[in-house]
Design a binder for this molecule. Structure first.
Ligand code: ATP
Ligand code: MG
Length: 144
């Protein structure tokens, strides 16, 4: 089905942009009349994916992160978060709760688990050396 509306934003992988990204997506999603809880779930999931691109994708470097959000009739919201960073070798393992390649003091290995808890679908495409795309779907229910 054709999206009824969409946005796309590209920004450098600076942690200062993480807050902007999650608020921009939440503002876009708000036209589907989500609950406060749904908005907060969307913000949290976007924040986890963007943080992963900043921390793991580009590690010691910086590069572009592109977010595309689409809204379809009936309240289906899709959000992709794409980086051109180092990519993931084993996606299944990366998505397991508590798995992290990060600094154990700062990272808990729960980012993908949080995304899966708050969104209806989470898909990851990644290739070593060419980057990672995380595709999130959430159905924003119509309210009477
Ligand atoms: N965009 C990405 N690019 C490269 N590797 C990634 C990316 N996103 C996730 N990963 C890999 O997947 C692992 C698991 O990610 P997840 O978000 O679940 O946990 P974490 O980031 O390590 O910890 P937390 O999110 O709890 O701080 C990461 O440690 C990293 O190895
Ligand atoms: Mg993470």
């Amino acid at each position: 089905m054709k999206a009824s509306n969409h946005i796309r934003l590209t920004f450098p992988s600076r942690s200062a942009n993480e807050g902007f990204a999650r608020i921009a997506v939440a503002a876009f999603a708000s036209q589907a009349d989500p609950t406060v809880e749904e908005i907060s779930e969307i913000k949290t999931a976007v924040s986890e994916a963007v943080t992963n691109s900043i921390v793991h994708g580009y590690k010691e470097s910086f590069g572009p992160i592109t977010i595309t959000a689409r809204l379809y009739e009936g309240g289906r919201l899709t959000i992709t978060i794409k980086d051109k960073g180092e990519g993931i070798d084993d996606i299944k393992q990366a998505m397991e709760p508590l798995f992290t390649t990060g600094n154990e003091e700062e990272r808990s290995g729960m980012g993908f688990t949080i995304m899966e808890t708050f969104m209806d679908k989470v898909k990851v495409h990644s290739r070593r050396g060419s980057g990672t795309t995380v595709a999130l779907t959430k159905y924003i229910k119509a309210r009477p």
